[in-house]
Design a protein around this ligand. Structure first.
Ligand SMILES: [Fe+2]
Ligand SMILES: [Fe+2]
Length: 281
């Protein structure tokens, strides 16, 4: 099986030019399956258009949600349109309309290989231990003039109460565990938007960068995946820095496009070439 993977394509920021170049690159690679590991677009209309375009160049299109895909405003969340509604109703409906499949909703089996996936969420386990930041700042998402925008736009409500990031991470991880337990295939590809391993976290001697590292993922996600010997491949996103590392028997790949401002002078064609990794299974 030829599996093409990418993430963080942010088409609402990168525009149609990026989508067209991405579709051309995917088409040239002739994958059996294209897996996009989250951060496609916040706008439902652009999300759908992106899926329709990508589905036209890949026989199977699999997705996990990204944090930007479940963004909503605090007002909309209070009216009932919270991030759970985005994740559980709106994104699956858009995926179905495009003939794609959202792994957060249900796992998929293709050619004897199981695909499980989840947005996942951060539980602050990836934070920089040496950084002198109070817990309250991480929970508020604000420190030293920096603001982590999920705290404004990702609004998770349960029975009228807003959940904090640790609760959301626990809930989504439990769902992923359930999906894994229900798989009957001998080989499993696991996709999460959030990072799962310390090897994927880029450390820099910069306080702002270190603060944001707290919101990159959850090591408990990694422990869940490592505990299942059928999982040999993990695809993530969220960070816009690529990595391809081996963790025991597991290969963990991050292959993001990122924002065009991050392409360091590369053309859109060069950027999409780097952003799509082809894996033979
Ligand atoms: Fe992203
Ligand atoms: Fe993200």
């Amino acid at each position: 099986m030829r599996l093409a993977v990418t993430s963080d394509i942010h088409i609402d920021k990168n525009g149609d030019v990026a989508l067209t170049a991405l579709a051309e690159r995917v088409s040239a690679l002739r994958p059996d399956v294209l897996l996009v590991s989250g951060d496609i677009a916040t706008s439902p209309a652009i999300y759908l258009q992106t899926l329709l375009t990508l589905k036209s160049v890949a026989p199977e299109l699999l997705l996990v949600a990204g944090n930007h895909d479940v963004w909503t405003t605090p007002d909309a969340a209070l009216r009932g349109l919270d991030s759970f509604v985005r994740l559980e109703k709106i994104l699956p409906a858009l995926a179905r309309e495009a003939g794609a499949r959202l792994l957060d909703e249900a796992p998929v089996e293709i050619g004897g290989i199981g695909f499980v996936g989840s947005l996942g969420w951060y539980d602050l386990s990836t934070r920089e231990r040496l950084l002198d930041v109070p817990d309250s700042a991480y929970h508020a998402g604000e420190w030293g003039g920096l603001r982590w925008m999920d705290h404004h736009y990702a609004n998770w409500y349960q029975e009228g109460h807003r959940l904090d990031c640790v609760a959301v991470a626990g809930l989504l991880r439990a769902r992923l565990a359930q999906h894994l337990a229900g798989m009957t295939t001998r080989r499993i590809v696991a996709a999460t938007h959030m990072l799962a391993f310390s090897e994927q976290i880029h450390r820099k001697p910069h306080p702002g960068w270190s603060f944001v590292n707290a919101f990159m993922g959850s090591y408990a996600l990694g422990e869940l995946l490592r505990a299942d010997p059928r999982v040999a491949l993990h695809i993530a996103g969220h960070t816009h820095l690529p990595s391809d590392v081996r963790i025991g028997r597991l290969r963990a790949v991050v292959s993001p496009l990122g924002y065009k401002g991050e392409w360091a002078g590369a053309t859109v064609e060069q950027a999409v070439r780097r952003a799509v990794t082809l894996i033979e299974l």
